[in-house]
Design a protein around this ligand. Structure first.
Ligand SMILES: [Zn+2]
Length: 162
């Protein structure tokens, strides 16, 4: 039973950490979405929109420099390839640009999902990149619990099959 003592100790430590995380989670998520979100929306709309455009152009430039190909589909800039680590999961939207390694074609539902992320980016400006990241960490990278993914799923495709 010599080996079990450290394991039990580790379990106890994990319980403390998980207990802390579980207690703090709703507070952090509320702070992130309500407080940071409200402050982000204090910026003028044209500025939040300009940030979404600039960030989208920036990542499209990175993709094209790295051999990707960007085209418009249903009002969304879609860059296939060249995103490298920026293309998370099936693809990731930054500002008004969807970066993906998927060659497509993309369904209307997929485009609608990603366009909701563009709308979220325009609503908060570049602060949204931070807000999304915080939300994602505190729901354990589970898209079915991430409020911004749940909203996008409601508009189109559900990648997580929630
Ligand atoms: Zn999404």
């Amino acid at each position: 039973m010599r080996g079990s003592a450290p394991a039990a100790k580790q379990r106890a430590a994990n319980t403390v950490i998980n207990g802390y995380v579980n207690t703090a989670r709703p507070v952090v998520r509320f702070w992130n979405h309500q407080v940071v979100g409200t402050l982000a929306q204090a910026q003028p709309g044209w500025l939040r929109n300009a940030q979404a455009q600039a960030t989208g152009l920036f990542v499209a430039g990175i993709a094209e420099i790295n051999g990707g190909n960007c085209t418009m589909q249903d009002g969304l800039r879609v860059c296939r390839g060249g995103g490298g680590a920026l293309s998370q999961r099936g693809g990731t939207t930054y500002g008004n640009t969807f970066l993906t390694d998927d060659p497509g074609p993309f369904s209307a539902k997929t485009i609608a999902h990603e366009k909701e992320h563009v709308a979220q980016w325009k609503k908060y400006g570049n602060v949204f990149g931070y807000m999304y990241t915080v939300e994602n960490i505190w729901v354990g990278n589970d898209p079915c619990q991430n409020r911004y993914e749940v909203a996008a799923d409601a508009k189109g495709k559900s990648y997580g099959q929630c």
